[in-house]
Design a protein around this ligand. Sequence first.
Ligand SMILES: Cc1cc2nc3c(=O)[nH]c(=O)nc-3n(C[C@H](O)[C@H](O)[C@H](O)COP(=O)(O)O)c2cc1C
Length: 183
Amino acid sequence: MHITSLSASPSERSRSAWLTQFALTRLEGRAARHDDILVRALPAGPLLAADVQDAAIAAAVQSVEAADLLIVSTPIYKAAYSGLLKVFLDLLPPDALRDKLVLPLATGGSPAHFLALDYALKPVLSALGARHVLDGVFATDAQLRRHEAGGYVPEPDLIARLDRALAPLAPRMRAPLEAAVSC
Ligand SMILES: Cc1cc2nc3c(=O)[nH]c(=O)nc-3n(C[C@H](O)[C@H](O)[C@H](O)COP(=O)(O)O)c2cc1C
């Protein structure tokens, strides 16, 4: 399975980007290929000018188009996904996410916006053709405590919700889902 992860926080020590990497570890080697896109590392000028001829932008778009599973992670900003994420998603061609599995992830400072993936991001994913969207996973900052050695420590409840979201990718269910992805 080709997995592309798209992390859209401007922060260097990003909780949502860390959650993405953690989700990959829970997939236990299911990725035949993994591309990691940090939107903040893309060239800002071409990104803001929607220059899809730029080599780095074109490679990132192509990586999304080639993915079987796209993991999209974002911090919650002003009760929605980050502007950085929208700037990138706006570069994708219509129907770019059709026939892909999509896992939405978000981290936010307060539980008040735990529905932001449902009311803000999922309609955008749907507009891009996504029809196979796994359960979104929202984590509060308190559920991802800083680790003194770097990284974060996820609460057991968060791990359980992440594993539940990824359950359709378990080997016993692989055949029907891969059929759905390839149709
Ligand atoms: C500009 C800004 C706006 C934010 N708005 C919200 C918000 O509306 N709701 C919320 O729960 N957290 C909000 N937060 C907190 C972040 O979503 C939270 O700290 C998140 O974990 C950051 O993710 P990151 O480390 O991947 O950037 C905001 C943070 C910033 C910097």
